[in-house]
Design a protein around this ligand. Structure first.
Ligand code: PEP
Ligand code: MG
Length: 891
C-alpha cells in the first residue's frame, strides 16, 4: 500500500532530498534538513500521489489518508510539546503547496491554522500578548476565507479601514488589542453574512479545508497558465506541506532573520546576515525597522551601533554558526537561509542556493575549490560568463539614482560618461582641450574612427549589433549603445530630443553598453579590478576547454590586448579596418574611384607599405600563433567619399578632376551595398587589389621570419559563394607568395581558406573545401543573408519581435541555431566530407556569445574568434560547453 504522508522535524525524516517527485521540492528539502539534524519546525508532507488520486477520484482522498495525517499530526505535537486545539498553548499550523518545480506564488497557502475563539484566548494567555494573538487570528480568518471559502480580501480590508479611519490610525501597527477585537468581530460577522454559517471553529475541519484548497489550487487558472508557459505537465500534481508555525514576535526572547553562508556581494567567506528582535519575517524586509547585524565582525565593518545577534543571543548565534558550516558542507554552495527564534529556541525555516554578484560568484567558486568543497570543473560551471563581462568593464554605481532617457542595443559593454559632441572632428578637438566626450551619431562610418577612438563612449540612433559603430567599439573596448531609435539627433542644431528632454552639445550623458541604457547627466562608475581569483579560474578553464579562442583584431593595440586576455591567435583581421586612419582612407578612396587599372595600382602602391608594416607588427605580437588575415571587404557605402571636401581631397591625392571624382562616386553608388560590390567580388574584378594585399602579407611574413619570429599566416577570402571565386583568388595569392618568397629568399608556410558567410557557400561547402584549407563562419553576414535581415536596419524592428515574443533574442546577438545554425551544420558536414581535417572556426560577433559558443562546440568547430575584451568570456563559455553546461549556470 502506498505511503501517503511523510513526516519530518524531530532530527529525522521519512523522506529525503532525492524524493522531489513524490514530496515536491519544498517537502524534499525540509526532509533533508531535518535528516541533517537541523531544527526545522516539525511537519509532514502529503505526497503528490494524493493529488493525482484526488483528481482521478472526483476530488476525494484515499481512505487511509486520514489516519496517516492524524498520526503525523501527533508526531508534530510531540516534537513541539503542545497540542492542536489546546486550551493552554495551542499548536498552530501552516499549510503550503510544493510541486516538483518551484511555481512561486501560483498556488495557495494558509497560515496560523488552528485558531478559533477559544484557542486565540489560550494563545493570548500563553504568550501574555493579546494583541499578537488577535492579530494572528484576524490574519488567519482573512486568509482562510480567501483561499478556502472564496470570500475576497476586499470584504475584510474595508472593515479594517473603517476601524483605522474611526480611530485616526495610519498603520496597522497602530491598532491595539481592543481595536483588533472589534475588527475580528466584524470579520466573523462578514463570514456569517456571506456564507450563511459561522467561520469554522473546529481546527480539524479547518485543516481538511486547507488541504483541499491547496490541492484545488493545482488546477487554478494561474497555475495552469504558469505550467503551460514553463512546459510543466499537469500530471505532476502538488504535494501539501503541513508544518508547525513558529513565531519570532512573541517577545524579547524571539527574533527572526535572514543570513548567507558567505557574503553575497563580495564573496568573502564570512557569515553575513540581518535580524530583528521580536519580529516576523516580513518585518526584516519591509524596511520599517532597521535590521541589525548578525556578527560582531559585521557590526564593526558596517560601523553599526545596533547590537549584533552574537552579543544579544550568543548561544543561539553559535548554534547558527554550526548550522552554517553544516549546510555549506552538505549543499556545497553558498546558502541563503531564513531562521526564527521562538522563546529562546532556534528554528531554520529554509535554505536555498544564494543569489550573488558576479564578483562574489567568482570568489566563492575559486575559494570553494581551494577549500576542497568542489572540484575545478564545478568551479568553472559556477561562474556565469555574462557576469564575467561585468568584471572586465567599468560598471555604473548601482546606489546612485539615475534618470533613464533611452534604451538601445547593448553594443559594447562597459559604462561611461562624457560631454555630448556630434562629430568625430569635434570629439578630437574637445578631447584635445582636455574634455571627456560622448560621441553621438545617427550612425558611424570609417570617417569617424579618430573621434570614436578618443571618446569615452559612443551612442548611435541607428544600426544593429553588427553595425560599424558596434563592431568597431567592441574592438576598441569602448562602451557603445547603438540603435537607440527614439533619439532624434539633429546635427545642424546640435541637439538630441528624447523622452521630453532636449540635450545640447556639451551636456553630459552616461551610457551603459552592457544593458543598452542611456542616462541623463553623469553617473559615477566603478572600475573593475582583476583579482587573482580570475587568473586561477582561467587556468582551470583552459585545461577543460577543447575549442581554441582567438580574437578579431587588426591593430597592434587590439592584438596586444587580445594576447593579454589569453587569445590563441587572430581569427579575423579585417584589413579594411586598417585603413580607417584619415591618412590612409584617402588612398582607399583613391583606389575606389580609380577609373583604370593603372590609376588603381598607383593608389595601391601607396597602401602597400602601411599594410606591410601593420602585418609585421601583428605577426610579432602573435609570435608562434596563427593570424587569419582577411582580404579587403569594404561595403562601399562605408568608404565612398560623400562631401565636397572629401571629393576635393581625393581629387588632389589621385590627381583627378573634382567633378570626375564626384561623378565616379555617384556611379559607384549602390542600392544594396551589403549585397553589392564587396568581398571577393572586388578581387575578382580588380585582382591587383588582392595581389597588393597578398604581397603585403608575405613580405611582412618573410621580414619577421628573418627576425626570428614564427609566423603562421592564414589568408582568408571573404564573401565567397562560388568555388570558382575562391579558385581565382587562391591563384593570385599563391602566385604572389611564390614571387615574394623568391625575392626574399625565404619560404613561409601559409594556408588559404575562406569565410562561409554567404548561404550559397554553406550549401556548396564540399566543393569549396576542395581548395580551401579552412573555413571561418562569418555569422554576421550569414545571419543577414540567411535571415534576410539588414545588419544595419534590423535594430529598429527586431526589438518589437523580441517584445512580442516572436523571437527570444536578436539573431545578431545570439546565433539563430535553428535556421542560420542549420546552414552552419550543413557546411561543417559537407566541408569535412571533402577534407576530414578541415579547420573550422567562427568569426562573426557570435564568437563571443556564450549560447552561440555552446552551439559551436556541439557542431564541432575548432575555434571561436571574438573581440579582444570578450576573449575571457569566450574561454569560460568554451570550457562550460566542453563540460556540457547549457546556458547560464549561476543559479
Ligand atoms: C561576418 O560576416 O560574420 C564577418 C565576420 O564579417 P564582417 O562582419 O566584417 O562582414
Ligand atoms: Mg562578413
Amino acid at each position: 500500500m502506498p505511503k501517503w504522508v511523510y513526516g519530518f522535524g524531530d532530527g529525522s525524516a521519512d523522506g529525503n532530498a532525492s524524493m522531489k517527485n513524490l514530496l515536491g521540492g519544498k517537502g524534499a528539502n525540509l526532509a533533508e534538513m531535518s535528516r541533517l539534524g537541523i531544527p526545522v519546525p516539525p511537519g509532514f508532507t502529503i505526497t503528490t500521489e494524493v493529488c493525482t488520486f484526488y483528481y482521478q477520484n472526483k476530488q476525494t482522498y484515499p481512505a487511509d489518508l486520514k489516519p496517516e495525517v492524524e498520526a503525523a499530526l501527533a508526531r508534530i505535537e510531540k516534537t513541539m510539546g503542545c497540542k492542536f486545539n489546546s486550551r493552554e498553548m495551542p499548536l498552530l499550523l501552516s499549510i503550503r503547496s510544493g510541486a516538483r518545480a518551484s511555481m512561486p506564488g501560483m498556488m495557495d497557502t494558509v497560515l496560523n491554522l488552528g485558531l478559533n475563539r477559544e484557542t486565540v484566548a489560550a494563545l493570548a494567555k500563553a504568550t501574555g500578548d493579546e494583541r499578537f494573538a488577535l492579530d494572528s487570528y484576524r490574519r488567519f480568518i482573512q486568509m482562510y476565507c480567501n483561499v478556502v471559502l472564496g470570500i475576497g480580501h476586499h470584504h475584510f480590508e474595508s472593515i479594517l479601514e473603517e476601524r483605522k479611519e474611526a480611530k485616526g490610525y495610519r498603520h496597522d501597527t497602530d491598532l491595539t488589542a481592543e481595536d483588533w477585537k472589534v475588527v475580528v468581530k466584524g470579520y466573523e460577522k462578514k463570514v456569517e453574512e456571506t456564507q450563511g454559517k459561522p467561520f469554522p471553529q473546529d481546527p480539524y475541519e479547518q485543516l481538511w479545508g486547507a488541504i483541499g484548497a491547496v490541492f484545488g489550487s493545482w488546477m487554478n487558472e494561474r497555475a495552469i497558465t504558469y505550467r503551460k508557459l514553463n512546459s510543466l505537465p499537469d500530471s505532476w500534481g502538488t504535494a501539501v506541506n503541513v508544518q508547525a508555525m513558529v513565531f519570532g514576535n512573541m517577545g524579547e526572547n524571539c527574533a527572526t532573520g535572514v543570513c548567507f553562508t558567505r557574503n553575497p556581494a563580495t564573496g568573502e567567506n564570512a557569515y553575513y546576515g540581518e535580524y530583528l528582535v521580536n519580529a516576523q519575517g516580513e518585518d526584516v524586509v519591509a524596511g520599517i525597522r532597521t535590521p541589525q547585524p548578525l556578527s560582531l565582525a559585521e557590526k564593526k565593518h558596517a560601523g553599526s551601533d545596533l547590537p549584533a545577534l552574537e552579543e544579544v543571543m550568543p548561544a543561539l548565534y553559535k548554534e547558527l554558526c554550526v548550522i552554517r558550516a553544516q549546510l555549506e558542507k552538505h549543499y556545497k554552495d553558498m546558502q541563503d537561509m531564513e531562521f526564527t527564534i521562538q522563546q529562546g529556541k532556534l528554528w531554520m525555516l529554509q535554505t536555498r542556493t544564494g543569489k550573488r554578484t558576479s564578483k562574489a560568484a567568482l570568489r566563492i567558486a575559486v575559494e570553494m575549490k581551494e577549500e576542497g568543497l568542489i572540484d575545478g570543473k564545478e568551479a568553472v560551471r559556477r561562474v556565469d560568463p555574462a557576469g564575467l563581462d561585468q568584471l572586465l568593464h567599468p560598471t555604473l554605481d548601482p546606489n546612485v539614482p539615475k534618470k533613464l532617457l533611452s534604451k538601445g542595443l547593448a553594443a559594447s559593454p562597459g559604462a561611461a560618461s562624457g560631454k555630448v559632441v556630434f562629430s568625430a572632428a569635434d570629439a578630437e578637438a574637445w578631447v584635445g582641450r582636455g574634455e571627456k566626450v560622448m560621441l553621438c551619431r545617427i550612425e558611424t562610418s570609417p570617417d569617424d574612427i579618430g573621434g570614436m577612438h578618443v571618446s569615452e563612449g559612443i551612442l548611435t540612433a541607428r544600426g544593429g549589433m553588427t553595425s560599424h559603430a558596434a563592431v568597431v567599439a567592441r574592438g576598441m573596448g569602448t562602451p557603445c549603445v547603438s540603435g537607440a531609435g527614439d533619439l532624434k539627433i539633429d546635427y545642424a542644431a546640435k541637439t538630441i530630443k528624447v523622452s521630453g528632454h532636449t540635450i545640447h552639445e556639451g551636456d553630459v550623458l552616461t551610457l551603459d553598453g552592457s544593458t543598452g541604457e542611456v542616462f541623463l547627466g553623469a553617473v559615477p562608475t566603478t572600475h573593475p579590478e582583476l583579482s587573482g581569483d580570475f587568473a586561477k579560474l582561467m587556468e582551470w578553464v583552459d585545461v577543460i576547454r577543447t575549442m581554441k579562442v582567438r580574437a578579431n583584431a587588426e591593430t597592434p593595440l587590439d592584438a596586444t590586448t587580445a594576447r593579454k586576455f589569453g587569445a590563441e591567435g587572430i581569427g579575423l583581421c579585417r584589413t579594411e579596418h586598417m585603413f580607417f586612419d584619415p591618412q590612409r582612407i584617402i588612398h582607399v578612396r583613391e583606389m575606389i574611384v580609380a577609373d583604370t587599372e593603372e590609376q588603381r595600382r598607383v593608389a595601391l602602391a601607396k597602401l602597400l607599405p602601411y599594410q606591410r608594416d601593420d602585418f609585421a607588427e601583428i605577426f610579432r605580437i602573435m609570435d608562434r600563433l596563427p593570424v587569419t588575415i582577411r582580404l579587403l571587404d569594404p561595403p562601399l557605402h562605408e568608404f565612398l567619399p560623400t562631401t565636397d571636401a572629401d571629393f576635393r581631397e581625393v581629387a588632389k591625392a589621385a590627381g583627378m578632376d573634382f567633378n570626375a571624382v564626384k561623378s565616379r562616386a555617384a556611379s559607384l553608388h549602390e542600392t544594396n551595398p551589403m549585397l553589392g560590390h564587396r568581398g571577393c567580388r572586388l578581387g575578382i574584378t580588380y585582382p591587383e587589389i588582392s595581389e597588393m594585399q597578398a604581397r603585403a602579407i608575405f613580405e611582412a611574413a618573410c621580414d619577421v621570419t628573418h627576425e626570428g619570429i614564427e609566423v603562421l599566416p592564414e589568408v582568408m577570402i571573404p564573401l565567397v559563394g562560388l568555388k570558382a571565386e575562391f579558385d581565382v583568388l587562391k591563384e593570385v595569392i599563391d602566385r604572389t607568395a611564390k614571387a615574394v618568397f623568391a625575392e626574399k629568399g625565404v619560404e613561409v608556410k601559409y594556408m588559404v581558406g575562406t569565410m562561409i558567410e554567404v548561404p550559397r557557400a554553406a550549401l556548396v561547402a564540399d566543393k569549396i573545401a576542395q581548395g580551401a584549407e579552412f573555413f571561418s563562419f562569418g555569422t554576421n553576414d550569414l545571419t543577414q543573408m540567411g535571415y534576410g535581415l539588414s545588419r544595419d536596419d534590423a535594430g529598429s524592428f527586431l526589438k518589437v519581435y523580441v517584445e512580442k515574443g516572436l523571437i527570444d533574442i536578436d539573431p545578431f546577438v545570439s546565433l539563430d541555431q535553428e535556421g542560420v545554425g542549420d546552414l552552419v551544420r550543413i557546411a561543417v558536414k559537407k566541408g569535412r566530407s571533402t577534407r576530414s581535417d578541415l579547420k573550422m572556426g567562427i568569426c562573426g560577433e557570435h564568437g563571443g556569445d556564450p549560447a552561440s559558443i555552446h552551439f559551436c562546440q556541439r557542431v564541432g568547430l575548432n575555434y571561436v574568434s571574438c573581440s579582444p575584451y570578450r576573449v575571457p568570456i569566450a574561454r569560460l563559455a568554451a570550457a562550460q560547453a566542453a563540460l556540457g553546461v547549457e546556458g547560464e549556470t549561476n543559479a
